[in-house]
Design a protein around this ligand. Sequence first.
Ligand SMILES: Cc1cc2nc3c(=O)[nH]c(=O)nc-3n(C[C@H](O)[C@H](O)[C@H](O)COP(=O)(O)OP(=O)(O)OC[C@H]3O[C@@H](n4cnc5c(N)ncnc54)[C@H](O)[C@@H]3O)c2cc1C
Length: 284
Amino acid sequence: MIHDPMIPFEATIRWIKKETRDTATYAMKIADRRIARAYRFQPGQFNMLSIPGIGEAPISISSAPEEEEILHTVRVAGDVTTQLSRLRPGDAVGMRGPFGTSWPLDEVEDRDLLIVAGGLGIAPLRSAIRRILHLARRRKTASCPTGKKFILYGAKTPKDILFRDEFPRYRSAFQVHLTVDKADPEESWKGEVGLIPTLMRHVSFNPLKSIVFLCGPEVMMQVFTKELTARGVPPEKIFVAMERNMNCGVGLCGHCLFGPVFVCKDGPIFRLSRIVDFWGVREI
Ligand SMILES: Cc1cc2nc3c(=O)[nH]c(=O)nc-3n(C[C@H](O)[C@H](O)[C@H](O)COP(=O)(O)OP(=O)(O)OC[C@H]3O[C@@H](n4cnc5c(N)ncnc54)[C@H](O)[C@@H]3O)c2cc1C
């Protein structure tokens, strides 16, 4: 990072794609050429996006590092995200980053890879998925995972499935299984109905030779990690993305302290074995 991590730089919105009722993807380009050239991120990292006079929010990067624009997929939640949803292509936002840990693609090797996402949790995983597709296309077999690869993704209803038009392409490298909590009467949903763990019956993998990337609501991740460890997946090979309110993004303010770790700089992606002792403990 050549830029002071506490000072936002300007990024211009190039295009916006509405994904669902409350979520859109914003393609951004860093305005300053020198900063743009030096900017490097890994799948799973996030930026702090800011709107002058409103505030700042941590948002994961949903594009792969190889792509020209930096994508953020944002659900309207409060002040910053509401204001962001009112912006148009050509408008500028403040950006600081990239921050945090990334999905450990260097540990995937010949393991079976399970990418498991609930709701908006697919956004930081999309970056990893697209990186893997990119490696597969370039036939970089040394770094491209060669084991079985699965995407298990669940959303509330078919209308809430993010990046729905992209899954057919992902099937070139992954076995993709989608589920919804509730099928929509107006939509002829032919897929699975049920919570994400129900998808596990479609998946055959070697627990001792697998690696899991997991992102979604915390309750879903806790249920799922219990199921995975019961099946024999070692906690060192399960990676979860945590979310906590944060301000600085660099481990100074302490807002995102989670037990002994900072979500902003020790996370947001943690090896389960690192947090399992205090994850789920109340008031942590
Ligand atoms: C590492 C990381 C990555 C993230 N990636 C994404 C992403 O890719 N896309 C995305 O959409 N979101 C992402 N988030 C979540 C996003 O940062 C939050 O939703 C953020 O709070 C939005 O900012 P805001 O100003 O719009 O909302 P805020 O004003 O912060 O409000 C967010 C919600 O929390 C409630 N709230 C606010 N303050 C409090 C409080 N003190 N107590 C209780 N409830 C409160 C609000 O009522 C509202 O429902 C990520 C968060 C983290 C930590």
